[in-house]
Structure formats: structure tokens, C-alpha cells
Design a protein around this ligand. Sequence first.
Ligand code: ADP
Length: 570
Amino acid sequence: MLDNGRLFLNNEAYESTNEADRLRVILTGMGAVIVVIVCLFFAVIELFIGELGFIPFYGIMTLFSLLSLTLLRRASFDVAKIVFIVPVLLVIAVLASIEKQATGVYLYFLAACVYVITIFGYEKIIYSVLFSLLTVALAFVSYFYDINIVESEELTQAYIDTSYITNFIVSLFSSLLAIYFLMRLNIKSNEHLVKTSEELRESENKFQLAVQGSSAGIWEWNSAEDLIHISPKLADLLGYKNGDLKRLTMHGMLSFIHPNDLEDAKEKLLEHFRERTPFSVECRARTKTGDYIWVLDTGQAEWNSEGRATKMVGTVLNIDERKRAETQIQKQNELLAKANEELDRFVYSTSHDLKAPLSSVQGLIAIAELTDDKEELKECLNLMKGRISNLNAFIADITNYSRNSRLGLSIEEVDLKSLLDEVFDDLEYFKGRADISFEMDFPESFSVSTDRKRLKVILGNLLNNAVKYHNYDLENPIVQIKAGHEESQDMIQVIDNGQGIALEHHSNIFDMFYRATERSDGSGLGLYIVKETVDKLQGSITLQSEVDTGSVFTLKLPKPQGIKLLTSIA
Ligand code: ADP
């Protein structure tokens, strides 16, 4: 109980103090107890011999020692030590001045010096030095000056002998006690050191095992040298050998990040340094081969007292597979959403586009059944033919759309002239076609490397519209087809001097079921199919048009190397 300090400490203070502080409290408490016992001892002797002059001093020392014990219980350790040591030193000084060396009171100064250094320790070095100096100073003062505040009788030899022996024993015991505690403190701190370094070694081993076992690469940044040390796993993750990436700076580390992800990564890093928010970023990192892989980079910095980050440790995890799967799912979701939207509009529009010609055929049949007039019957049949060919065109549109989205690309060298001949054949009986002159403005042997069927669908729709929306009031309705090779793409233009399209429709003209004019009896699918097909070929299509002036559709298709790539992914 005495040894572990429970006598001098309350429970709460006992739990919250470390072992070294506890030892110092025990020593302070034991000092106070010794002083009380010694004071009582001398008080009894002096009462017995009738020497009452020193009794008040013993009383003062006893009182302050008891006060000090109370303060220790209340966990006011520093105050308790000062309240104990100062009155004791002052009283020793007074007694020593009166009795000089005869009774051996001076020996207490030596014991007090060792004692104050032990109870305050190196942690409170200012107090240790201050109170040792006070002890030395009081020893000198009491030796050279007479502090005559007590009238004392001539001391008997027997008293002097008893006092000397008692003082010698008590001061020796006190010094030895203090030295014993100093040794224990030393052993305790050594034991603590050994235990801490063992724990450290153990946790280092565990950490090493975790690093080796984990699939994460580890990096550690030291801000003073701006050097990043990376684990073999991280080097491996980036395709390097262990030791390849030595003397890497923070700037060097950031240069591995994909340019498109760099700003985000830098911003998050600065935010971590500034706000101390957790650092975590998903970005693409460049590997030795120059390819990029998706990684999850997380880290934690350490700050100094001025708030500057001095160190940071982080992990890098390969999340490439997960990220690619996510992108794939996202793409599929987008396609699904698009397909759903198209399906909605499709159902709505088809019900109209399929029903309208059918109802009008039904009406025409009813009229035909009632008439005997051959001319009227012929007229009805002609009208029926028109409706049916509308229906046919609509079904052809839907088939083209479905084929485009389902089938892969088949790239070949396509002779433009022969392809256009096929398109014109299909347009042969198209209403109004005969009134229009077609001009071809490209070399006879002009060819493009592309998917033949898809290019036919595109040009078929564009030329169909050029004929359908022509201005028949004109004397010379013309449709021009221009073509040429550009640096990385081939260009084909379909130009007409027809009705033209008002500017407000330009942004929607390639939308599904969009019609720019009430006069159109088409499905509104033609240009949508054109755009979808051009997208499939990774080309582009643009429109320039003015009402009553005409329209220019410009188609651009990627050159062979681009197309090779396309075929491989199609
Ligand atoms: P539609 O079946 O109505 O022809 P498209 O998608 O082919 O559907 O065309 C959409 C609309 O764009 C048409 O309704 C028409 O108003 C306008 N349009 C297309 N091509 C031309 C053109 N060459 N000249 C004028 N208007 C055109």
C-alpha cells in the first residue's frame, strides 16, 4: 500500500498518474511522515528536559507536513511538495543557526538537496534547481549568520549526543531513501523503455506482415527533404522493379497521375493539408508501359506545432477492374435509358405511323366497294398504293435502324459512283425525282474505306430528303453530291437548292420522329437513322440550311487507320 502509493493518492489520481510520478508522490509523503515522527520525537524529549523554545518550530513543521499530505491526496502534487519543503528548510535553517554544527542539524541540508532533486526530478528541472539552490543558500546563511529568534538554554552534552545521533540517522535514512527512489525511478524507466521498444518492434513486425500481405502499395513522404519512399508492392503495381523509383519527389509522384485527374488529386491533397480532411482520391496512374490503370490513393499527413505537414503516409490500391466494370455498367445504363426513351416514343409514333396509312387504305376500300366507276376505282387504287409505299418506307426505316444498332461493321473500299447508282435506282420511281438534275462533283474513281451498307443507308436518306423537300416551283431544281479526301477523314456533301430548314429546327433535326414541317408525310426517322449510323462509323454530320435557299449536309468519315480500330471494337 505504501509502496504503490495508495496511501498518499486518491483512486482517481492513482489511475491517472504514471509510475514515475507515483514514486515521487510516495517519496514526498514518506518525507512528510518522517518529519512528523522526528518532530514528535524531539518534542517529547524537549518537554521531558524542560527545553520548550523549539516546540513551536516542531509544531509548524508538523502542521505543514500534514497539510502537504492532504494536498497530495487532492492531487495538487507540486503545491504539496512546495508546502512541505519550504517550511521544513526554513525551520532547519533556524535550528542549524542556533545549534551550529553541534547537533548535526546541518546534515539535513545534504539530505534535503538529494530529496528535492528526487521529488521534482528532471521533468521539473526548474523546481529541482531552484529548491537545491535554496537549500544551499539557507545552509550558508544559517552557518554565517545568527538567526536569534529563539532564546535557548545552554544544551546539555546528553542532549547534544542524542540529537546528533538522531539527526545523523534520520538524515542518512532520508538520503538513502531518496537515493533508493532515484534508483527505482531509473529501473522503472529502463523497464518502460525496454517494454516500449519491444512493443515497437512487435508492431513494426506486424506492420511489415500487413504490408507484405496486403495488395496495397505504400508510400511515405518526408516534407523536409521532399522525398517519397515507395514500397516494392507499389513499384510492382506501376510495373517497375523494386528500386527503380528512387529519389521520387512529390512533384514526381504527381506526374504519374493522368492529366485529366491531376487537378482533382492536387485539390484533395491541398485540402487534406489545410483542413485535415481524410485524403482519398480515385485516379488513373501511368504504368511503366505508358498505359493507365485506375487506383485508389489514400493517405494521412502528420503536422508540426506550426500546422505544417511534415510527413505523410499513404496507400495505393489497384481498382482498375472495378472501375472498368463500373464504366461498362454506366455505359450500359445510358444505352438502356436511351433505348427506353426511344421505345416510348417509338410505341407512340408507330401506333400513329402504322395506323394512319392502314385506316386510310380501309377508307379507300370502303369507297371502292361502293363505286362502279372505273376511273374512281383506279384513283382509289393509286391512293392505296401511295399509302402502302409510305408504310413500306416506314418499315424499311425501322429495319435500317435495328440493323445499325445490332450488326457489327464491315469495312471495305467503296466506290462512291457505283454506290450512288444503286441509291438512284431505288429513287427511280420516287415522286418528283424526274424533275431534278443530279450533279456529281468528285473524281470518277473516288472511293472511301467504310461500311458499304451503312453508307448506302446514309446517302439514301439524304438524297431521298433532297428530292422529297425540293422546291418544285424552281426552274432548275438541283441536287449536288461533292466528295473529297481530307487529312484524316473523307468528306461527302449532299447539297440541294430546295425548301431549306428554318434555323430553330437545326438543333433537333437529327432527333427521333422530328419533323421540321407539317407538310412532311415521312416518319421523322430518316435523319435520326442517318445520325445513328454516322455515330456507329465514328464520323460526324453537320447541317447548313436556310429556308427557300437550300440545305447542305456534310458527312465526315474517319480514314482507314481509324476504321481498323473501329472494326476491332465493333
Ligand atoms: P421525314 O420522314 O419527315 O423526312 P427525316 O428525319 O428524314 O424525316 O427529316 C426530318 C425533317 O427534316 C423533315 O420532316 C423535313 O422537315 C426536314 N428535312 C430533312 N431533309 C431536308 C431537306 N433536304 N430539305 C428541307 N427539309 C429537310
